[in-house]
Ligand binder design. Structure first.
Ligand code: TRP
Length: 408
């Protein structure tokens, strides 16, 4: 009989501290510089930001300037390609495992919308209904339905219908199957285990035993495939291997694309470029997990103004002092204060953000007041999202989700 398998984290997280970042788990205090080192990506430097602005003629997004999108692979090559007037495309995705998205879920999509405006290019969005079926205790039909529902929230971010394909893996997989089987053949079982660390959990026959199914081992090729234009014959032409891909994603998705970049040259494909974001912290603080199944951990796109106000006031972790007197004397800590942290995501006015930081850390602004600033900032944003989503009909979703020719 096989030895009792350990529940060790995958090989790539290593190290003695408690930071864990894999495609399925993020915990501990995240040291982003260390992640760049461990993953072998590049930091986004002021020089690269300057090049981005020069080549695109667009101001860098606040999330780039503020270091929220902090790491990349081959972004400079994408800029050279763009400067040469050649086509490119964007690829991102979502695992549809919940009905309502929270603000953290919107970040990659809002950023991708900005990138689509900047590069005026095709975008493909993968709904990994297959992934969620393999990983979660959900029915297959339910995963598919959630993908369709979530597509409405994604569309509400403002994507260009003439340049955007949203696809469900379950529906679309046939078109990219030739690419998938090529990836399967070029990646060994040991490589997948090395990158993703799939290990059975627990001991056979004992409660909590969770063996890893073979679908999980096969799935990384499905997430890799859209990185190659050959996966979209109706958009780029059959067998296209010349249009480069840029993938905006949270840094935890990087293992998939390390595998993808590794395999690309062996298949005669271009390596996809990446731009990675940090994680959006939960209301209770950067160390706790924001979860779609925990109402109090997040602001959902469906929350009412009253709910937003209540949740921020009640749950947003405060970097303020215990008493008003102490706070006035010592000031608040912006590094741990979630209202401030969230404002760095959603208050796009640099001068206003700087003023709030100064007021709060000097103690002139109280914890309740910075929470008020956050509420004022995100309430209209959520309301705008809700009215945009209400206008997304099933017809519109169907159009976005139909494989078709797109304007390159
Ligand atoms: N695996 C991702 C998730 O669970 C979804 C996804 C698929 C994705 N393809 C992607 C995310 C490309 C970013 C980029 O959410």
């Amino acid at each position: 009989m096989a030895a009792a398998p350990a529940t060790e984290p995958p090989a790539d997280v290593g190290d003695a501290d408690d930071m864990v970042v894999t495609a399925w788990e993020v915990s501990g205090k995240i040291d982003y510089n260390k992640l760049i080192e461990q993953f072998g990506s590049q930091a986004i430097t002021p020089a690269l930001i300057e090049k981005f602005e020069r080549v695109t003629g667009c101001k860098a997004h606040p999330w780039i300037r503020r270091g929220i999108f902090f790491s990349h692979r081959d972004l400079d090559m994408i800029l050279d390609n763009y400067a040469a007037g050649k086509p490119m495309y964007l690829y991102t995705g979502r695992g549809p495992s919940s009905e309502a998205l929270h603000l953290g879920h919107l970040i990659p999509f809002l950023f991708t919308k900005y990138l689509q405006d900047v590069f005026k290019c095709v975008l493909v969005i993968q709904m990994t209904d297959d992934e969620k079926f393999l990983w979660k205790d959900l029915q297959l039909d339910e995963c598919h339905r959630l993908g369709f529902e979530n597509a409405k929230d994604i569309i509400a971010c403002g994507f260009d219908i003439s340049k955007t394909l949203i696809f469900s893996d379950l529906d679309y997989v046939g078109h990219m199957y030739p690419v998938i089987v090529k990836i399967w053949k070029a990646v060994t079982y040991n490589q997948v285990k090395g990158i993703f660390g799939f290990e059975d959990k627990g001991v056979p026959g004992e409660p909590g035993y969770e063996p890893v199914n073979i679908g999980k081992h096969a799935f990384p090729a499905v997430q890799a495939a859209p990185s190659f234009p050959a996966a979209f014959p109706h958009i780029f032409g059959a067998g296209n291997n010349t249009v480069p891909c840029l993938i905006p994603c949270a840094i935890d998705q990087d293992p998939y694309f390390r595998m993808t970049r590794d395999v690309a040259p062996r298949l005669g494909f271009l390596k996809p470029a990446l731009i990675h974001s940090k994680f959006f912290p939960a209301l209770q603080g950067a160390q706790s997990k924001m979860s779609a199944s925990d109402e109090s951990s997040a602001i959902f796109c469906t929350d009412t103004p009253a709910e937003i106000k209540k949740k921020v006031n009640k749950y947003a972790f405060s970097g303020g002092q215990q008493t008003e007197e102490e706070h006035r004397k010592l000031g608040g800590n912006c590094d741990t204060d979630i209202s401030y942290q969230w404002l760095t995501f959603f208050e796009h006015d640099d001068a206003k953000l700087a003023r709030i930081k100064e007021e709060y850390s000097s103690g002139r602004m109280l914890s309740g007041e910075i929470k008020g600033e956050l509420i004022k900032c995100i309430t209209p944003l959520v309301q705008r999202h809700q009215s945009a989503r209400a206008k997304v009909t099933d017809e519109i979703v169907k159009t976005f989700m139909t494989p078709r020719k797109l304007a390159l």
